[in-house]
Design a protein around this ligand. Structure first.
Ligand code: Z5A
Length: 220
């Protein structure tokens, strides 16, 4: 089986909750999988994540963000995602290159054509088979994300993006919806404002049909 599924959406959309539940679902069906995330997923990615997400005593401009997220991605694809796909594992990935287009492109206003060219290099043209976009209005997502952050005692709260103005998050959401519109075959838009178990049921039904399609003889 070759199945690469990415989970996307604005902060607080519930994708991290859902990717963990999707992992449990695959485990219950004895389907080999890996669960990974961006930025992160490799030792280099974890270091870059710390630089990008913790508010530091320095500015990170949009171009630097694009290159840092992309550097983490290149290593992640090479060391983690491609080997897992080669083994035949399902890959569940919390964010991938669409996030760079949505956040740095639509959110920060960095040139989207340039991001797409950099994405092609960092991924070696690897594309997810399917992208689940958990869609919630920006105020809903930010409220959830802030509630979650307020419960974290650690100084490393990874809140650099959550601290952006609401207008930024609205632009990111609009960016994701526009990406979904332009690649409707790859994207599945899921209403993330429903309750956690209703969203999980929807995710399981989508994954189940993807696995069935993937196993059907016509696909071989
Ligand atoms: N970023 C970027 O700019 N460019 C890039 O190329 C990449 C990333 C790859 C970190 O990403 C940041 O990096 C991100 C974009 C930027 N901006 N921020 N922040 P991340 O994915 O690691 O972090 P995140 O977006 O903040 O995700 P998160 O913290 O993992 O949140 P989430 O996945 O959207 O939601 P959650 O953790 O599953 O849920 C949040 C809370 O809501 C939690 O308390 C849940 O219990 C609750 N929740 C979840 N679902 C529901 C429902 N359905 N109802 C009610 N409450 C819910």
């Amino acid at each position: 089986m070759r199945l690469f599924i990415t989970f996307e959406g604005i902060e607080g959309c519930g994708k991290t909750t859902q990717i963990k539940m999707a992992g449990e679902y695959l485990k219950s069906r004895n389907i080999p999988f890996i669960m990974t995330e961006e930025p992160g997923g490799s030792p280099l990615g974890v270091k870059i994540r710390k630089i990008l997400l913790n508010e530091g005593p320095f500015e990170i401009c949009a171009a630097s963000e694009v290159f840092l997220f992309s550097a983490a991605r290149a290593q992640h694809v090479k060391d983690v995602i491609l080997p897992a796909l080669k083994r035949g594992d399902v890959v569940l990935c919390d964010r991938f290159y669409d996030a760079t287009i949505a956040y740095q492109g639509f959110g920060r206003g960095f040139d989207i054509d340039i991001i797409q060219r950099i994405n092609a290099v960092s991924t070696g043209q690897l594309k997810p088979n399917v992208t689940f976009l958990f869609d919630v209005p920006a105020p809903v997502g930010i409220k959830r994300a802030m509630n979650r952050i307020s419960q974290i005692r650690d100084v490393n709260k990874e809140d650099r993006f959550e601290n952006e103005e609401i207008e930024f998050h609205k632009k990111v959401r609009a960016g994701y919806l526009s990406l979904a519109d332009s690649e409707s075959e790859r994207f599945r838009i899921i209403d993330g404002s429903k309750d956690i178990s209703a969203v999980h049921r929807k995710v399981c039904s989508l994954i189940s049909s993807l696995i069935n399609d993937n196993r059907s003889p016509q696909r071989r």
